[in-house]
Write a protein that binds this ligand. Structure first.
Ligand SMILES: [Zn+2]
Length: 179
């Protein structure tokens, strides 16, 4: 083998070993990764997952989020409407904190928990979107609750409730409405 050929063979071997591709990078655009980093104020648990890549929702990650957002009083888990996860993700991007932490005040609620809160005067709706696994109450460290509310309202993706006394915002993917 000539020197020239052996250098070419060595280069080709290196090229293959490192997994490099000769294809131009712009022919295979990287699909957007949707990540959520959440901290639950009642359970003390944290989760940091990529739950969607491009248009594909990752079942294991979605299941982890569903478990994380379980009714913290009863332990019951329900499958969330994934549009709620997209809403949180897009909200953080709009606020300029795409990888920031969201504090979770309340996720899924069983009818039992919803009744419990109603009986204890927490101003909870009879047919709460929390019972449909379409609503989450949040607080975002470093962002005012009023700014979270205004940004969520501008998105027009569902209901937005503002609780200034308790310092949190309710966001759901039900009908567009506000209170
Ligand atoms: Zn709520």
């Amino acid at each position: 083998m000539s020197l020239r050929k052996s250098i070419f063979a060595a280069a080709l071997a290196l090229f293959t070993a490192t997994g490099l591709s000769a294809a131009p990078a712009d022919t295979a655009p990287t699909a957007a990764a949707y990540r959520l980093h959440l901290y639950h104020l009642h359970t003390g648990e944290s989760i940091d997952v990529v739950y969607r890549v491009g248009d594909h929702y990752i079942p294991e990650a979605v299941a982890q989020l569903d478990h994380f957002l379980r009714d913290h009083r009863t332990g019951d888990v329900r499958d969330y409407d994934v549009r709620e996860f997209d809403l949180l993700h897009d909200l953080m991007a709009r606020l300029g904190h795409p990888d920031g932490v969201i504090d979770i005040v309340c996720g899924y609620r069983t009818p039992w928990s919803n009744n419990y809160l109603r009986e204890h005067g927490h101003g909870v709706a009879l047919h709460s979107q929390h019972m449909e696994a379409k609503a989450i109450d949040i607080r975002i460290p470093g962002v005012s609750t009023a700014q979270v509310r205004d940004t969520a309202l501008a998105m027009q993706r569902g209901g937005v409730g503002y609780y200034s006394q308790s310092d949190f915002v309710h966001v759901d993917v039900g009908r567009v409405r506000r209170w």
